[in-house]
Structures are given as C-alpha cells and as structure tokens.
Unconditional design. Structure first.
Length: 302
C-alpha cells in the first residue's frame, strides 16, 4: 500500500471511530434534551461549520456556477436533507429505546439495502453474493431484535429499521447529486435542511429548555462538529486516495466502534444472542462489499 492510500485509509478509519462514538453521544445528550431538539441543534451546527468549508472549496476551484447549477445544488440539498431528516429523526428517537451498540448494527443494514434498492429502482444487478448478504442481514436482525421467547419487534428496533431504509434513500440521493454539484456545498445544504426541519418539529412537540441544552453541550458539539462536519470531511478527503470498495468497508466499521464505545462509555453489555447477531450483521456488510469487488473485476475482464 502506497503512502497516499495508507493516509486515506487512516482518515476513513478515524471517521468510522468518530461516527461510532456518536451513538453514545446521542444517547447521553438525550438525558438532558429531547430527540428533535438534539438533532436540530447538532445538524444546524454541522451546517454552520460547513459554510466556510464550502466557501473555501468554491474559492479554490475558481469555477463559476451557472443559474441551472445553483438550482441543481438547491434541489440536491433539499432532497438529501429530507432523507437525512427522516433517517436522523428515526435514529434519534429509536436510541431512546435501545442500546448504542445495537442501534449501530441495525443502522448498518443500509449497506446491504443500497445495492438491493439499486436493483429494484434502476435494475442494476447486484450479484448472487448480495442476496446471500441479505439473508444473513435478516438473520442478524432476528437475533438482534427478536426476544428468544417471541416474535415481536421492540419499538426502538422498528424505528432503527426505518432509519436504515431512509439512509438508503439518502445514500442513493447523494450518489445521484454528488457528480453534479459541489460536495461541501451539498453537505452544507443537507445539514441545514435537516436542522431546520428538526427544530420546527421540536418547537411544535417538545419543551426546549436552555438549561438542558447547556447540560447536553458536549454531546451536541461532538455530534454536530465531529460526527457531522469533521466526519464528512474525513470521508471526502479519504476517498480521494482509497479504492471506493475499501473505503466502504472502512466506513462500515462505525458499527463495531458503536458497540465498543457503548460498552466503554455507557457500560452497556450485550447478550450472547445479540453478540452473535452483531457478528452475522457485520458478515453481511462485508459480503455486500466483496460483491462490489467481484463485479468490478468481471467488468474489467469484459
């Protein structure tokens, strides 16, 4: 591995650590503020941090945007922001009812859902390995979400499943708009749309107390600046120097770090059944990425 690839891999690994620890920060933050208040403030904070980064990126590129490109930018930010708002809301509320580690692994289902959704919507054949990954993911969800004595899903688990579906839509939306617009600006608009919508819901349904916000300041700052702005920047910089399939694998490690930080910081302990579910889910995630490698090799030979 050359020096640039190694540097890119380390940046993506750091991003995964940051994202994984964010699950613990989100749970701690909700000891003091309600879910939509937390999400609204953290997303607006991330958007504000991205404003100077987007301006600096535009200045460096020196490219003047046409009116049509600016409209495309706004459409992309709105569409991606709506998906991110739905995903973040379901995740944040779901975390009230489940552990940080469990939430991290259920959310990771989007890695399997993305290629499946691509096949359903755009007829992009994912390959046989993906279907094996889907079966493993379903088995993992059963172990994670279903109690040994019954077949009922917990409320938080259902919300996190919905979160994974919404993140799938967000990823496909970003995949559509990213080649057409400036990446930092897309992130800025996405965060701002999510923040405004979350705060609007918070104002209508929650009691916003300044005392609670101050008590949750560290988790909010971490989730907004580190998990949002810094994590996204590390992803952009890292992926410039790493094969996209390898990058996806590294980013999937956020699930592992969600479990580790939940155990270290929150004292969470998973049952043997849930631990096996986590291992099976991570296996499904790896298979979904290995499928991409095989498909790329087949295309290269054709």
């Amino acid at each position: 591995m050359n020096r640039k690839a190694l540097r890119g891999s380390l940046l993506l690994l750091l991003g995964s650590v940051i994202w994984g620890a964010a699950f613990a920060a989100q749970r701690v933050g909700m000891d003091h503020v309600q879910p939509f208040t937390f999400t609204g403030i953290r997303m607006l904070l991330a958007g504000l941090v991205m404003i100077p980064l987007a301006a600096l990126s535009a200045r460096k590129s020196g490219e003047k945007r046409t009116e049509e490109q600016r409209r495309e930018q706004r459409r992309g930010g709105l569409a991606c922001g709506l998906f991110l708002f739905a995903a973040s809301s379901l995740q944040q509320v779901g975390l009230v009812y489940t552990s940080a580690g469990k939430a991290g692994f259920i959310t990771a289902l989007y890695v399997v859902l993305v290629p499946v959704a691509g096949w359903l919507l755009f007829r992009k054949q994912p390959g046989k390995i993906i279907w094996a990954a889907v079966i493993l993911a379903v088995a993992a969800l059963y172990l994670l979400c279903m109690p040994a004595e019954g077949f009922t899903l917990e409320r938080g688990d259902l919300m996190l499943l919905g979160c994974a579906v919404c993140f799938t839509g967000q990823i496909l939306c970003v995949d559509h708009y990213a080649p057409r617009v400036e990446g930092y600006a897309l992130a800025r608009d996405e965060f701002l749309v999510t923040g405004v919508l979350s705060l609007a819901v918070a104002l209508a349904t929650e009691e916003i107390r300044m005392e609670g916000i101050l008590e949750a300041a560290f988790p909010i700052l971490y989730a907004g600046i580190c998990s949002g702005a810094i994590g996204y920047t590390l992803q952009i910089v890292g992926q410039r120097e790493v094969n996209p399939t390898v990058a996806s694998l590294l980013m999937c490690l956020e699930s592992v770090f969600a479990v580790l930080t939940g155990a270290v910081l929150l004292g969470e302990r998973m049952t043997v059944r849930e631990t096996v579910g986590c291992v099976v889910m991570f296996t499904a995630v790896i298979l979904s990425q290995l499928s991409s490698v095989i498909m790329e090799k087949r295309k290269a030979r054709a």
